[in-house]
Design a binder for this molecule. Sequence first.
Ligand SMILES: NC(=[NH2+])NCCC[C@H](N)C(=O)O
Ligand SMILES: [Mn+2]
Ligand SMILES: [Mn+2]
Length: 312
Amino acid sequence: MVSTVRILGTPMDYGANRRGVDMGPSAIRYAGLADELEQAGVESVDAGDLAVPRAEEIDLDRNVEEDADIWGVDNAKYLPEIADVSSRLADRVDETIADGEFPLVLGGDHSVAIGSLHGAAREADLGVVWFDAHADLNTPETSPSGNVHGMPLAATLGRGSFGEMGWAHAPRVQEDSIVYVGLRSIDDRERELVRDSEMTAFTMADVDERGMTSVVEEALEIATDGTDGVHVSFDLDVVEPKSAPGVGTPVRGGITYREAHAALETVSERHERDGVLRSMDVVEVNPILDEANETAELAAELTASAFGKRIL
Ligand SMILES: NC(=[NH2+])NCCC[C@H](N)C(=O)O
Ligand SMILES: [Mn+2]
Ligand SMILES: [Mn+2]
């Protein structure tokens, strides 16, 4: 059982170049997240949404060179907004843990994980299990898109120009405590980064071969080894697009509906045994691209599985 879950909505889509994921938190709430959590037997409190600067209020015509002046990088879109939101989110996550509650961050695009990880790793050495079709390890120097949702792990590890950004780099997250599950779409330059890293990558081929339960059990072994707790980051695009159509960067060949539940049930079983879970985020639900809120419903259901909801 986890302590009270504190829901921290983070309606940000700047990391995905403004494509509608900012509506993710409300869609997941409408899909019945609070009820699902109640059925899982956990108490939850909804802390509402973090204030995210509205697109109308920022200067969208701002020359990218201005961002480059501030950060010394010119290939990371909306970096000033993302830095602002990430720092505030990190404070909220840290506060939540200090208050004895469990931070559940609802994205928003995957750049919100920069703030979740930074906050959760302030007072602890943190392992990470990263469910995703993508590796999200690009730096501004390698990114083909300039979208920061493809960079959160590089940011956390302080790679490339992120090394200079205190709001991004979380030194208590060590590379060898990060484990991917479900990878199947990696950019060419990113592939080298993953191969040369100390992270463990369970691709879809590993899931095929070994089965989800065994993969996630081992992922948790690695992420808990030498750390004080684990953050689970769940990008809905890890799921097969037929079951999760409402995501901005769908890739076919993903995990099935049942595998997704099995993955998070495995997380909750482990947590029930030794309380390893410290924080979680659920990201990339895009209601504009969804079909009748199906992906948000899946996100709510899967979250309940992570907190102990069972069939029987
Ligand atoms: N969190 C995500 N959905 N990331 C998608 C990243 C796609 C691509 N690798 C990029 O860097 O642009
Ligand atoms: Mn991602
Ligand atoms: Mn992804």
